[in-house]
Design a protein around this ligand. Sequence first.
Ligand code: AMP
Ligand code: MG
Length: 434
Amino acid sequence: MSGSWGYPYRRERYGSFTEKEAPGMQLFEKLIDHAQAARLVLENTPRLPVADMPLMEARGLALAEDLKAKFDSPPFDNSAVDGYAVRSEDAREAGRTFEVIDEAPAGRPATRSVGSGEAIKIFTGGVIPEGADAVVMVENTSGWGEEFELKKAATAGQNLRAAGEDVREGDMILRAGTEIGAPEIALAATQGYGELPVSKRPRVVVLSTGTELVEPGTRELSPGEIFDSNSFALLAQSLEAGADARRVTAASDDADVLRAAMEEALSTADVVVTSGGVSVGEKDLVKGTLLDLGVEQVFWGIKLKPGKPVFFGKREDARFFGLPGNPVSAMVCFELFVRPALMQMMSREDRHRPRIGVYFDEDVENRFGRMHAMRVTLTRTEGGWRAESVGAQGSGLVSSLTKADALALIGPESEGVRAGEPVEAIVLREEVLL
Ligand code: AMP
Ligand code: MG
């Protein structure tokens, strides 16, 4: 460890236990590596069904099917300006006088057609009347009136927006997979779509567990208590990922309370995310309760720092992530496992966090025997992206997260990385790449 990183060295909290030292304690059967855990999550996470959603609810989701134009757009030839619709053959020279016989404001087509020497007053978006093939701007005439004098010659097609010049009937206007933002909503609306087929948002329920937890803003802390920050953090992460997420008040480490809260969450959510109570302590009841509730364990325990005790399981269509209680572990594990699952459910793989190669200026050790997802800042240099530890890497240091641009993945195999050696990093703040 190079001194500048300064994160404390401690013995593994759990790694030092053996059955003999901790009789009766449930231990991790087998830790799997981080890549395998990520793969298992995706393999065991279904895509959510496609549903037609009102335009505004589809915002931010991925279009599930190609969208075709139902008709030519614009649907009729119309005027691009305010002025007069005329026959261009009458308007080849300035100086001619026209008789105004009707008008065609937007939404109200003229009832008459334009004959020789005649004009119809027209406004932007008005239907080009029969007989007319050009529009002269009012600025190029003597002005509004029963008749006018042309001040500037006109040509056929001038100031006219042709039917179908935007999109043609049958054109594919939006491809499946496209993220629905304002322009896509505009285009769909011009084609009369009030709903769009999208992959639904997963319903996420976030639940903190721990008798020490107090709802922020409700009262002062008593000795030994802390405010629940995880459920807010995880809710924010879920919402940021595009999920339809809510949080429930923290459950205490009481078996019945926990069981009721988890059952309620499991029966109403596509994804349940808990924090705390998932390790090997006597008060860590989450895993046992889940198994009682019929949740099938996919894995429990990852060779990862922070985030060793992560539990992932499933019950029918619901997926369950039991994240560790330490705030940094919870948030990092959300990034590594929950967010990709949510994206897959929504068919939003294009929204995965960018992964880039970074390097450190100094050697960085990893003696944990687990992948270290290290919080780093990023700086663009001539040699590429330089990563630097945010400082102490303790998994309770919430303030460190506000400083991190990325998670550098430092594998356990080589016990670290050398200065300058390429390291993969997951970029959390994409704006730093700009
Ligand atoms: P646990 O995983 O339950 O053993 O919790 C590990 C550490 O994280 C303990 O110090 C807990 O007090 C803390 N912790 C657990 N849940 C939360 C939470 N919701 N908000 C903030 N800290 C928490
Ligand atoms: Mg706890």
